[in-house]
Design a protein around this ligand. Sequence first.
Ligand code: SF4
Ligand code: SF4
Length: 207
Amino acid sequence: MTRKHLFNVGALLRGLSITFGYMFRRKPTIQYPSVKKQHAPRFHGLHELRRYGDGKERCIGCELCSSVCPANAITVIGAENAPTDRRSPGERYAARYEIDELRCIFCGMCEEACPTDAIVLTPRFEMADYRRGSFVYDKDRLLVPPAAGVGTPPDERPGGIPGDLGRVAEIKSTVDVAKGYSATWRGEVLKTQRKGLAIIKPPQEAS
Ligand code: SF4
Ligand code: SF4
């Protein structure tokens, strides 16, 4: 047997030792869907459109998210607010707002571009469906319920600037996963609906 052959056998044994090592580690199998994997706080999943605490929509129909989207996945058509029926604190609101989640690459640029923290990405990842059309999320599906609104609208604040801008990004930048889930309404719902959130450790940390 030549030195080359011995080297190959050594490499084979080293490779097999990794395989055997994994056989005796704790298995990362979880009982999905009753138990779901915990994602990182800044995981980019399904979007949601947020509201202020008084129920007004945060979106002011500025179309910045649509302009910045590299996948051309967002359609926004703004309309003027009626004085007797103000949907948002701004002059305009989004009369139509759609995201084609099949086009979306979940980069988060829409969230970063939004001047009112209206559009955010949540930890929700379960979006499977049978028809392509079902992946186009319109405003009815994206907008959170009025009771889920947070923050004081700018028209009720001195200077007209929302007091909580950047809060979503700030909370999501935490390393505390449960706190990161609380940054969005869908994240909060996930926390309460799941029977358990399995925290999967990377293989090198598994005991
Ligand atoms: S996450 Fe990125 S690709 Fe998806 S809608 Fe937002 S900007 Fe577009
Ligand atoms: S979600 Fe934000 S960036 Fe997009 S149109 Fe509404 S206010 Fe503008």
